[in-house]
Design a protein around this ligand. Structure first.
Ligand code: ATP
Ligand code: MG
Length: 575
């Protein structure tokens, strides 16, 4: 490729709305342009990287036995009504009518479409297992599109769906997809980690997220260095602390705490450590009965854990009125003392560690002090219902301790079971001739987000540093002064030799100052730079490795061999 004929509009300044490096750099380096909030053009360089990500994904999906199809972006509402998601999905689903007044939506995910496809044509256990995938656009009307391609509204996703006859089959398909994901992200040259995850709106009962490790990630990962346990903070479990507090229990006392409701206010007012506060939240369970959830001090209730512990569909905070009806006090003064028999009380593990604690007294402007769980209220249900934090005990091994790091979710694998196949009657005939719903899994990878995550993980003050497998071009030949015939000649020879040998190479043959050329190539992040300058007359070129900044003068005839081995090296090290 010749830069002078190509289209790489680099910018001096990043757009003002760009908050993270990948967004800033992908715009500045001429990979993407914004069309509307969360909606982007892919410029030639951006498209090349996207295609590279897609090809790696495609190769690994095919290798794992998945078959590629294409499904439409525009989906009739009827299919979504069959699963109930037309009503349940909320505003991320962009809905509209066609000229005949029929409702449609833009597909944010394709369970309904793929199930409709499979139920029409697949009838027998002999046709299963089956894994179908596509790579194509999705639309989600995200409430806060941001960070460029990281959280876009229209974005490219690889989504795969597995169909099996039983749980064991699903287990196999899931494992195959999981292993393919590991290969994909390794081949992309990314540092990543699969973690246990929540299931969210797509549903199902089991899932893993694939996280690219990066400071700027939106997700928090809790992990144990000892045994390798890793989970999204949303999901991360923890082990109960060994009781360690030895302190004499003092007599329960009610105190006046006018207008003090929050942990901060109460602890400051009473001059007690925040860890002694027993925070009480009241939840409505599946729009029905109320539950009191108690944690100690700074622990936050994890509503997913609480929901799972209760075996409920969902929980939501009770209204001020419901709280007042239950406790007899306004919001901010609830507590478990004297509530036995009136409401179900669930205590987090942390509650068991509290001695002489503080709780609301279920009376306006009053708290109890010297509250001792077990003595002053019965602790019948003690469970892990709070978010894990750094320093918590690992749930899987004996002495491990959880630590946290940030990540970007680039892929997600779910076991769905019959969540979609049952309502949509996607069934097969088993060996005995009985009709049974297929057992499904689903598996997504954000293509654009993977590209953005690669930038988050690989950049410096000068620009992007592409992992070789995702680089729009693996090498650039920088012709410093096109008006010098000797430089021209050497640059052209190196360029044609590299492209002849299958290296993805671009030649910077523009009439620009050397400073501009160096800056642009650093900004764009080509992994290898071949600089053809003054020494060209002696047959020498300079090879620069973008990642390390290493430079070396070599005879131009050796350039291709050197570069090829460096590129191969980078690729195989990662695989
Ligand atoms: P998030 O929690 O980040 O919203 P999600 O759980 O909604 O993600 P999935 O429904 O599992 O995501 O989608 C599969 C993959 O699609 C994600 O792992 C991610 O890589 C990608 N993805 C999801 N939403 C977006 C988005 N708004 N922009 C770009 N990629 C996205
Ligand atoms: Mg989402």
């Amino acid at each position: 490729m010749r830069w002078s004929h190509y289209y790489i509009p680099t910018l001096r300044e990043a757009p003002r709305d760009a908050e993270v490096p990948s967004h800033r750099l992908l715009v500045k380096a001429g990979f993407i342009r914004k069309v509307a909030s969360g909606i982007y053009d892919g410029l030639p360089l951006g498209l090349r990287t996207i295609r590279k990500v897609e090809n790696i994904i495609r190769e690994e999906m095919n290798r794992a036995g998945a078959v590629e199809v294409s499904m439409p972006l525009t989906i009739p509402a009827d299919l979504w009504k069959e699963t109930g998601r037309w009503d349940a999905y909320g505003k991320e689903l962009l809905r509209f009518k066609d000229r005949s007044d029929r409702w449609f939506c833009l597909g944010p995910t394709h369970e309904e479409v793929v199930v409709d496809l499979v139920r029409k044509d697949v009838r027998s256990y002999r046709d299963l297992p089956l894994i179908i995938y596509q790579i194509g656009p999705k639309f989600r009307d995200e409430i806060r599109p941001r960070f460029g391609l990281m959280r876009a509204r229209e974005f490219s996703m690889k989504d795969a769906y597995s169909f099996d006859v039983d749980e064991k089959g699903l287990e196999d398909s899931y494992r195959r997809m999981f292993d393919a994901y590991v290969r994909i992200f390794k081949r992309c040259g990314l540092e990543f980690q699969p973690v246990e995850a929540e299931t969210g709106a797509i549903g199902g009962h089991f899932s893993h997220e694939f996280m690219v490790i990066a400071e700027t990630g939106e997700d928090l990962i809790m992990y144990c260095q000892k045994c390798g346990y890793a989970a999204n903070r949303e999901r991360a479990e923890r082990r109960r602390e060994n009781a360690s507090v030895h302190e004499e229990q003092r007599p329960l006392e009610k105190v006046h705490t006018p207008g003090k409701r929050t942990v901060e206010e109460v602890s400051a007012f009473l001059k007690v450590d925040k860890n002694r506060l027993l925070k009480t939240l009241i939840y409505k369970v599946d729009s029905g009965s109320l539950v009191m959830a108690v944690t100690a001090g700074l622990r936050e209730i994890n509503e997913n854990k609480l929901t799972r512990f209760l075996g409920a569909e969902r929980v939501e905070l009770a209204t001020a009125e419901e709280i007042e009806n239950l406790t007899g006090a306004p919001v901010g003064f609830a507590g478990p003392v004297n509530m036995e028999g009136k409401v179900r009380i669930v205590c987090d593990y942390s509650v068991a560690e509290v001695v002489n604690g503080v709780t609301g007294a279920n009376e306006e402007d009053h708290h109890f002090v010297n509250v001792n769980p077990g003595r002053d209220f019965a602790v019948k249900e003690l469970a892990d219902i709070a978010f894990a934090v750094s320093g918590d005990r690992c749930p899987r091994c004996e002495n491990g301790v959880l630590m946290e790091k940030r990540g970007i979710e680039v892929g997600h694998t779910f076991k769905l079971g019959t969540k979609y196949s049952e309502p949509m009657e996607c069934c097969f005939l088993d060996e005995e001739g009985n009709s049974r719903p297929m057992i499904m899994g689903c598996y997504g990878i954000g293509v654009g987000r993977t590209m953005a995550a690669a930038v988050e993980q690989n950049h410096d003050k000068d620009g992007i540093i592409w992992p070789v497998p995702l680089a729009p071009f693996e090498a650039v030949v920088i012709l410093l002064n096109p008006t010098y015939p000797a430089q021209r000649e050497v640059a052209e020879k190196v360029y044609s030799s590299l492209s002849g040998e299958g290296v993805d190479v671009i030649i910077d043959d523009r009439n620009e100052r050397p400073g501009v050329k160096f800056k642009d190539s650093d900004l764009i992040g080509f992994p290898f730079h071949v600089i053809v300058g003054r020494k060209a007359s002696e047959g020498m070129v300079e090879v620069k490795v973008r990642r390390t900044g290493e430079r070396q003068d070599i005879p131009f005839q050796e350039c291709t061999l050197r570069l090829k081995s460096m590129i191969e090296n980078e690729k195989t090290v990662r695989e």
